[in-house]
Design a protein around this ligand. Structure first.
Ligand SMILES: [Zn+2]
Length: 430
């Protein structure tokens, strides 16, 4: 006779993909846009409606729902050890103004589907499971992004977050109070035994390689700069070519250098010049000044530092050769994030249990999980999104991939939470 309670290998079980898909489509009705997307920005009336629906769904599953002071939702399914730190699973339900149905919502509703499956199949866990929906991940109405998880992890103070204003001068605190979702930190967990977030990839790699699951090992570190090149404004007609100090011509060399330096660090190197200001920006004046933005990313700290060193050396060279003044101002700096080995392995075993095609992947975008990883063992699960497109009304993931991602989340959650099998005949006999 095998006592089922000591076996912590997750039961081979699966979510109800149809039920999950229906929930995704039902949430997407709130703030639906004409082109099939979603506009449910953080702390708006529509966000309130979305939160109302999610709360009703959680309560229907018997979960205990609370909100902390910045409005993060925590919905708990009890474990056999009621005082053990919970395993948290979730994401966010706020969207961009022209956002899609899947960014964030997939992770929250996959978490809900995991809980519905456990309830339907009478599966208990040792640890409690805490469904989490973070406030204002997108940061479009109120900057910065990842506000709720930022406050939870201490990246940002509650006061600073509440003081952030939208374009109309309404603060995040006022908006949160107006929708009635400011709660008390004392009612909510402050520690997790683990955190798992399922999300669409928001990039093209999984689709390109025909993989169903991305086992996310961390997130790229990021360094941002503003670069100003200063030459001399002069008339485009009378000034011969060899007597010019053309800041825009120098800037094109910077753009090429950024691309070359990042490309040399494939596959994880990224380098982008995304914004340009040309002065005086006139057809018949040689540009005297150009300011441009530089965004470098890499998964490895040392490589990212080496990228920046080469960038600075290259710009010194361009300054010497062209006679332009070049000034480099750092504007943002986030180190690469490395997720927890045990959590990553739990995700991988989930994909293997279902024989899904998968690969390890590093997130190029920011996520709540990147903040949570500072305070709890964390990993993420990516599924492909069509053409790698997100933050767009046409954002799409297939029902098959949505189901697969939720199945991996189910398996990994059971592993971290220590599942207890259904009462068996053997146990009853004893
Ligand atoms: Zn997201």
């Amino acid at each position: 006779m095998t006592p089922a309670t000591t076996d912590l290998t997750p039961i081979r079980t699966a979510v109800d993909g149809k039920r999950l898909w229906q929930s995704l489509m039902a949430l997407a009705v709130i703030g639906a846009t004409p082109k099939g997307g979603n506009n449910r920005q953080a702390l708006t009336e529509l966000d309130r409606e979305g939160r109302d629906l999610l709360t009703r769904w959680c309560e229907a599953e018997g979960l205990t729902v609370r909100f902390d002071a910045i409005g993060n939702l925590f919905a708990r399914r009890a474990g056999r050890q009621p005082d053990a730190d919970p395993v948290a699973i979730g994401s966010h339900i706020d969207t961009q103004p022209t956002g899609g149905k899947f960014d964030g919502c997939f992770g929250v509703l996959a978490a809900l589907e995991v809980i519905r499956t456990l309830n339907a199949q009478d599966i208990e866990t040792e640890r409690p499971i805490e469904l989490v929906s973070w406030t204002n991940e997108e940061g479009c109405r109120f900057a910065p992004c990842m506000m709720g998880s930022g406050v939870f992890t201490g990246q940002l103070s509650l006061e600073a977050a509440r003081a952030r204003a939208d374009v109309d001068g309404i603060t995040a605190g006022e908006a949160l109070d107006a929708i009635g979702y400011a709660g008390r930190d004392a009612d909510c967990p402050r520690r997790f035994a683990g955190y798992l977030e399922a999300h669409i990839e928001q990039g093209p790699i999984l689709e390109d390689e025909g993989k169903t699951i991305g086992v996310v090992t961390g997130a790229l570190g990021l360094k941002w700069f503003d670069v100003t090149l200063t030459g001399m404004d002069a008339h485009a007609g009378p000034t011969p070519m060899h007597l010019r100090r053309d800041a825009l011509l120098g800037a094109t060399r910077v753009v090429e250098a950024v691309n070359r330096i990042a490309t040399a660090q494939a596959p994880d190197g990224r380098g982008t010049v995304g914004a340009f200001q040309v002065s005086p920006n006139s057809r018949n004046v040689i540009p005297g000044q150009v300011t441009l933005s530089v965004d470098f990313r890499h998964s490895d700290d040392k490589t990212l530092a080496a990228i920046v060193d080469e960038f600075r050396r290259t710009l010194d060279g361009i300054a010497a050769e062209t006679g332009l003044g070049i000034e480099i101002t750092p504007t943002a700096d986030y180190p690469p994030q490395h997720f927890d080995r045990a959590c990553i392995d739990a995700v991988r075993r989930g994909t293997e249990a279902h024989a899904y095609a998968h690969r390890e992947i590093v997130s190029g975008a920011g996520h709540d999980a990147v903040f949570v990883a500072d305070v709890a063992p964390t990993a993420m699960i990516f599924i492909p999104c069509e053409n790698g497109i997100s933050h767009n009304e046409s954002e799409y993931a297939t029902p098959t991939d949505v189901t697969a991602g939720a199945n991996v989340l189910l398996h990994a959650t059971l592993e971290l939470a220590g599942q207890t099998a259904k009462v068996t005949a053997a146990e009853t006999d004893a």
